[in-house]
Design a protein around this ligand. Sequence first.
Ligand code: GDP
Length: 194
Amino acid sequence: MNIVSAEFVKSVADLQRCPAGGRPEVALAGRSNVGKSSLLNCLVNRRNLARTSNTPGRTRTLNFYLINNRFYLVDLPGYGYARVPEKMRVGWGPLIEGYLSRRPELRGVIQIVDLRHPPTAQDVQLYQWLKHHHLPAVVVATKADKLSKSQGLRQLLVVRQTLGLTGDDPLIKFSARTREGRDELWRVIEGWIN
Ligand code: GDP
């Protein structure tokens, strides 16, 4: 996709405040520090559009980025954040779960995992939840540049098996540093929003 414009529009802590206008939305989900902001910046060719996850106040909100005035990339709160009280770490919280289950504009979810490590219990829980709710999802295993080619391929299998991906479920090896996987991910996104 040719990125003509990419702008931060708003952060919302309440589903009622999601943007109106009916444009399609694609959400990004993953645990804190997995590389979600870097992936978003890589997708839209910006260094700093998505703030890093430690920006105060933006960590528990849905952040809407309008791309080419045509669709939104929606950055969901990172989960599994160690400093979040236990109570809030359980499940997805009403905001994420409400958004994922009740947002008509949502076309698909980019679930980001770290290629170097087996997906966490929460990664598995989210993926199974998306499947259960028949939400289109693509799993993106990022930080691929940190592994050798053979290690990377081995880890892809671990990701596939741990999340319970079946043959047709898309899985993309990605790196925000080398931009590996970027074109493939855009093709998935374009398929969803067109
Ligand atoms: P977020 O909390 O999920 O938004 O994670 P960030 O995008 O802030 O990334 C967390 C850390 O991982 C930062 O130090 C990034 O520079 C690093 N990082 C993210 N993606 C990659 C990648 O593809 N390759 C490498 N080598 N580092 C990455």
